[in-house]
Design a protein around this ligand. Structure first.
Ligand code: 1HN
Length: 354
């Protein structure tokens, strides 16, 4: 201290000089494409996760009427995929709901086809409305109903069609922003709008989800099941709840699993389905995986970092990474959720807490 004070009296402008010298130095090194770490280190290496995303809810009434309106403006064929992007309010223009995930609402009208393509990004669908449209994935034509959870793994050819007489709407979640972070995107379009299907609706769930496996099934980092139907999964959470197997934070919850390995359905994304009994007041929880929720049934609220998100049937809401949240159910409710947890776990960075 005394030495510094002495320095100051000797050279009153030394502080100013060193600042000016530093600035001049930074300008010189910038010309050589370099920069000082010490100016940015604390904001790069934060003590805790800092998310740019905001908690937000999209109410299905609004979403449905706007998506239906888009049906009068563009065909599925013209659009390739008629999807309205759910943009996080803090990330407008970035086509993402969290930093790593894309979410959107897709609609396919009676008689329409969304042509076959494939890409490096993996996709999931969670069906919101309508019945009897299909997604054809890797040769299986999977007919869909509300609450169905459908997997399109990376590079799997897929097209959608709607032979029913009602529009069908579903939530799409893709790891596109994560793939693009790595600048590893590839895509391919096929000459035939519809791929040839060799397997019947439900084949992959019957073959791989019945406690037996076709002999010789290799272990893969993604599930071989295309459609985890609501009809199969919904009764399981009801029985868990009846048996009192109710997590204090998450309710009676199952994890969608790859039946060959027990691991997540995809290497980049994993999903859950939870039943919250009427009057459920969840304990707070947080984790580093920002999570997208869909209310499949019921009515309630989720408090995120002090902000109350009200949800009802088919509403979609997002909880940013490491924000503390708790669920409250006014009626018996079912929540679907999806996040990038397996990607974070593969990197060894996933954490959870209270
Ligand atoms: C995509 O291929 C689909 O196949 C849906 O249904 C949404 C969003 C971004 C990029 C590709 C689909 C998509 C997408």
């Amino acid at each position: 201290m005394a030495v510094a004070a002495a320095e100051k009296t000797k050279n009153p402008s030394s502080k100013h000089n060193i600042e000016a010298m530093r600035e001049a130095f930074y300008e010189r090194i910038a010309k050589k494409d370099m920069a000082p770490l010490w100016k940015v280190m604390r904001s790069m290496v934060t003590k805790e996760p800092v998310s740019r995303c905001q908690p937000h809810v999209w109410h299905f009434d609004d979403v449905k009427s706007l998506v239906m309106e888009s049906g009068g403006l563009i065909t599925a064929e013209e659009a390739e995929r008629r999807v309205l992007i759910l943009e996080n309010p803090a990330l407008h223009g970035e086509s993402r709901v969290t930093n790593s995930l894309f979410a959107g609402i897709q609609m396919i009208m009676p008689g329409e086809v969304a042509p076959a393509h494939r890409h490096a990004a993996s996709a999931i669908r969670f069906v919101l409305d309508g019945e009897g449209a299909y997604t054809a994935v890797e040769g299986e034509k999977a007919f869909m109903a509300p609450g169905d959870f459908v997997i399109t793994a990376n590079w799997a050819p897929h097209d959608h069609g709607n032979p029913s007489n009602k529009p069908m709407l579903w939530l799409d979640v893709l790891d596109v922003p994560a793939v693009n972070f790595f600048e590893a995107s590839f895509a391919e379009h096929f000459d035939d709008a519809m791929q040839k299907t060799t397997r019947q609706d439900g084949d992959s769930l019957n073959f791989y989800g019945s406690g037996v496996l076709p002999d010789g099934t290799p272990a893969m980092n993604r599930t071989p099941i295309i459609n985890y139907t609501y009809a199969r999964t919904r009764p399981i959470i009801a029985r868990m709840a009846q048996a009192g197997d109710i997590d204090k934070r998450h309710g009676a919850r199952v994890r969608y699993a790859n039946p060959v390995t027990g691991g997540p359905v995809l290497p980049t994304m994993s999903a859950n389905l939870a039943l919250l009994p009427k009057g459920f007041k969840g304990e707070p929880y947080r984790s580093t995986d920002g999570t997208i929720f869909v209310c499949a049934e019921g009515k309630g609220t989720t408090t995120v970092d002090g902000k109350v998100l009200e949800w009802g049937p088919q509403d979609v809401f997002v909880v940013p990474p490491w924000k503390r949240y708790s669920h409250q159910a006014e009626k018996e409710s079912v929540l679907f959720s999806i996040s990038d947890r397996p990607a974070q776990q593969a990197l060894g960075i996933w954490r959870e807490g209270k």
